[in-house]
Design a protein around this ligand. Sequence first.
Ligand code: ZN
Length: 140
Amino acid sequence: MIGRVCVKGCSVASLHLHRNDKRFVYIGRQNARLKYAGIEESVLANPFKITVDRNRVRSINLYRNWIREKISIGNKSIIKELQRIKTLEDTYLNVYLACWCERNEPCHADVLIDILHSWKIVQDAKAQATYFTNSIREEK
Ligand SMILES: [Zn+2]
């Protein structure tokens, strides 16, 4: 199972614990407090910040298109990270994508959970991109 967890309100001490626990995968942007706890920005971070002109739903829709495109063109770092998460799930059964969004708020983690739900690890990034593109096509 791949779930979500919110890092908002976490102390640096508990962030340290998260960092050392492989079941927690930070998927957000760069953050000073997280950096202090040794957690770096994720390649899966949402580049579409919520602004006055872009609400949460719009931001997540843009993210969905963006990441699907990245996978389709075989972006190695993104595919590698998704494969790593899928492998962690195989190993630990439960994996939690950590972000700043509250549990009741839609989050780009939901998009990643959807993608990972049907993710099948294939040999390399190019083959992964082809497999993924075909699975999106079938979905339509
Ligand atoms: Zn989030």
